[in-house]
Structures are given as structure tokens and as C-alpha cells.
Design a protein around this ligand. Structure first.
Ligand SMILES: NC(=O)C1=CN([C@@H]2O[C@H](COP(=O)(O)OP(=O)(O)OC[C@H]3O[C@@H](n4cnc5c(N)ncnc54)[C@H](OP(=O)(O)O)[C@@H]3O)[C@@H](O)[C@H]2O)C=CC1
Ligand SMILES: N[C@@H](CC(=O)OP(=O)(O)O)C(=O)O
Length: 344
């Protein structure tokens, strides 16, 4: 039996990626699409300014967009994906949880809440058990699970691979694609022939979410990883794919070759949307690059390269597709894990 799913905020940039990724999904069947009041009542074709590089699936194009309210969702929907603006999500997600829905959310509200799992299936699947703590604390039957910020998820798998050497300090500088800001996030006049050395709130997200993802869960709470993280975030005129320059210090000495092997060998998971290999490591310098490498593993693989020793540790580059692995694909993978682990 397919699992019936819905998308909250289905007409937006991330919502459209959800629709693309759910087309022909082996387990999930799309049964509801929601958006703002101004889109509700329209067909999806009329409500969405479709900008994804594959056509709107025919069955979705003719679906009616409904209001983002639990009463608008058919009773047989089991799992909701959320890609609402975080302010809206903070207001409306609790109503869906109180109504008993399991929500795999991409929005940034509540990512650092003590009782909310912030999960990447390959990195910290055990943190899903925080759902029990959440249900006790909040008194709802539903469950809220978050995926991290797109810049954070680009870097954290490589850090997870290096943590066997005892991560102590991480410095990272990002070159982030315009799609991360949403369709109306930066104007062409702002970004063409330019780079913007500030993305509001992004640096703090990288510095905190990475420590939660690599933290230790004791069955009751997550103890944040002790590494120091400092981030500097920059917007550049690429469409998709966040590239990051990482400087990492570890307690034990680690050569670039050992670090590359640790990344290549970092285990993946066997879920419908997971890549065969989590991290692809380039030996040649000059890779990864956004345009050439963001599509690896259907946009779900992390790429790394440029591994070199420094006086203080290691430096390298990493890259991921920000609206697939960094957003819709991340929530989708969490949804697949929720099903596999019996939470849905
Ligand atoms: N994990 C990550 O790193 C990433 C996360 N994101 C996050 O995902 C979320 C969505 O981003 P994005 O797709 O770019 O945003 P968009 O602005 O493109 O889309 C927003 C969606 O929410 C709907 N919406 C807006 N206001 C309301 C409302 N008051 N009530 C109900 N629905 C509403 C919109 O409907 P309508 O079309 O009717 O206006 C639309 O479907 C954000 O929280 C963003 O921060 C984004 C990129 C990467
Ligand atoms: N801020 C990210 C995208 C994003 O929306 O992140 P978050 O999910 O943490 O709000 C970017 O600009 O590329």
C-alpha cells in the first residue's frame, strides 16, 4: 500500500522540488497540495509559477490547491512535507501535529528545540527517538521532524566522516546559490556581476545545527558536539549548488589521504532516495564545481575535493545541491526513514 502524503507550501521553490522528487516515487503517493489563501481553490497549474526543469506531472497539474489547514487535508493522508516560510510554519505546524500528522519539515523554526529531531538519515537516524520525548512534552499524537539548513547539510556529512579523528574546530566559508533565497529572495540587479557577503541568520544556523546533528543522544536529550564552529556565508550568482571551503582541526593527526578515505567510506543508507555513495571525493584539484557536480546522485550526493594539510589541520571543499539534498530531498529522505522506522 502506498503511503499518502501532502505538501504544505507546495507552490514555492522547495514545494516544486518536492513535486518533482515525488513523481513516480516507489512508496509515496501525493494526495494534497497546500499554499496560501491566494492560491487555494486554483488548480496547481494555475497557482504555481513552475520553474523546475521538468514538466509539472499531469496528475499534479490538475489537483486543486487547498488552504494550509488540517481540515483541508484528506483523512487518509499519513505524512506531510512542509516547505512553508519559517514564520508561517511556526504558526501552523502545531495545528497539524495536534491533529495527529507526522510532519517532515524543511522550515527553520524549531530546528534547535530540545525535543525536535534534527535529522540526516545517514548521520544521526537514532535522534528520531526524540519523537517520544516530544510527544510527552507537547501532548500531541503527531510528530515533528526537521532537516537542517542547506549549507549545514552540505558540510556535516564530511565532518561526520572526520569525527573519528576527534573534531575540535571547524571554520567554513560558503559560496551559496541564489535559489537558497527563494524565487524573490535576491533580485537580478543585486546579484549579477556581484557577490553578497552576508546571508541573514545563516552563519548562526551552521554554527549550531552542525553541533546538534553530530551530538550524542542519550534517549532523553541531545548533548551538542563539543567542536567549535565558525561560519562566513556568501551569496554568489550560481543558480543551484552551495560550494563551501572548510578548515578542520582534529585531535589526532590525519593526512589528506586518510581524510579522503574516511569520506569515501562513510556509510550510506538503503532508502529509496539515498545515493549509492554518500560522499564522492575528487582527487583532481578544481572540483567539485556547482554546475558540474550538483546533479551527482540525482542531487542527493555530497561532493568533496581539494583535500590538503595546513599548519593547523585540514582544508577542503564540499558541495551539495541546495534545493534537493539541502531542502526537499532532505525532507523526503527523512520521510522515508520515518516510514522505515515505523513512525508512519
Ligand atoms: N533546508 C534548507 O536549507 C532550505 C530551506 N528552505 C526553506 O523552505 C521554506 C520554503 O522556501 P521557498 O520554497 O524558497 O519559499 P517560497 O516563497 O518559494 O514558497 C513558500 C510557499 O509557502 C506558501 N505560503 C506562503 N505564505 C503562506 C501562508 N501565510 N499560509 C500558507 N501558505 C503560505 C506559498 O504559497 P503561495 O504560492 O500561495 O504564496 C508557497 O507555497 C522556507 O522556510 C525556506 O527557508 C529553502 C531552501 C533551502
Ligand atoms: N538560507 C539558505 C536557504 C534557507 O532557506 O535556509 P533555511 O532553511 O535555514 O531557512 C540560503 O540562503 O541558501
Amino acid at each position: 500500500m502506498p503511503v499518502r502524503v501532502g505538501i504544505l507550501g507546495a507552490t514555492g521553490a522547495v514545494g516544486q522540488r518536492f513535486i518533482q522528487l515525488l513523481d513516480d516515487h516507489p512508496t509515496f503517493e501525493l494526495a494534497a497540495v497546500t499554499a496560501s489563501e491566494s492560491s487555494a481553490g486554483k488548480t496547481y497549474r494555475d497557482a504555481a509559477k513552475w520553474r523546475v526543469n521538468t514538466p509539472i506531472p499531469d496528475d499534479v497539474a490538475s489537483m486543486t490547491v487547498v488552504e494550509t489547514d488540517p481540515s483541508s487535508i484528506p483523512d487518509d493522508v499519513d505524512l506531510l512535507f512542509s516547505s512553508l516560510p519559517s514564520g508561517v510554519a511556526a504558526e501552523v505546524e502545531p495545528a497539524f501535529l495536534e491533529a495527529g500528522y507526522v510532519v517532515s519539515s524543511n522550515s527553520s523554526n524549531d530546528r534547535m528545540a530540545d525535543d525536535v529531531p534534527l535529522t540526516i538519515p545517514e548521520i544521526n537516524p537514532g535522534h528520531l527517538d526524540l519523537i517520544e520525548v516530544q510527544r510527552d512534552a507537547r501532548g500531541w499524537d503527531g510528530a515533528l521532524v526537521k532537516n537542517p539548513n542547506c549549507s549545514t547539510i552540505t558540510m556535516v556529512p564530511t565532518l561526520a566522516a572526520l569525527d573519528q579523528f576527534g573534531l575540535e574546530s571547524v571554520r567554513v566559508s560558503t559560496l551559496q546559490a541564489v535559489s537558497g533565497a527563494g524565487y524573490s529572495g535576491v533580485t537580478s540587479m543585486e546579484i549579477i556581476d556581484n557577490a553578497i557577503p552576508h546571508i541573514g541568520g545563516e552563519e548562526a544556523k551552521m554554527e549550531t545545527e552542525s553541533r546538534k546533528l553530530l551530538g550524542t543522544f542519550d534517549g532523553t536529550e541531545v548533548d551538542l558536539h563539543g567542536m567549535e564552529v565558525a561560519a562566513s556565508c556568501n551569496r554568489i550568482p550560481t543558480l543551484d549548488g552551495h560550494l563551501e571551503n572548510v578548515f578542520a582541526e582534529t585531535a589526532a593527526d590525519v593526512s589528506p589521504e586518510e581524510a579522503a578515505a574516511a569520506m569515501r567510506e562513510y556509510p550510506g543508507v538503503d532508502l529509496p532516495s539515498s545515493p549509492d555513495q554518500l560522499i564522492h571525493v575528487f582527487e583532481a584539484f578544481g572540483r567539485p564545481q556547482p554546475r558540474m557536480d550538483r546533479g551527482r546522485g540525482d542531487g542527493m550526493q555530497i561532493s568533496a575535493g581539494g583535500l590538503q594539510a595546513t599548519d593547523a589541520g585540514l582544508k577542503y571543499n564540499c558541495l551539495a545541491h541546495n534545493t534537493i539534498r539541502g531542502a526537499a530531498g532532505a525532507s523526503l529522505l527523512n520521510g522515508e526513514l520515518l516510514v522505515e522506522e515505523g513512525w508512519v
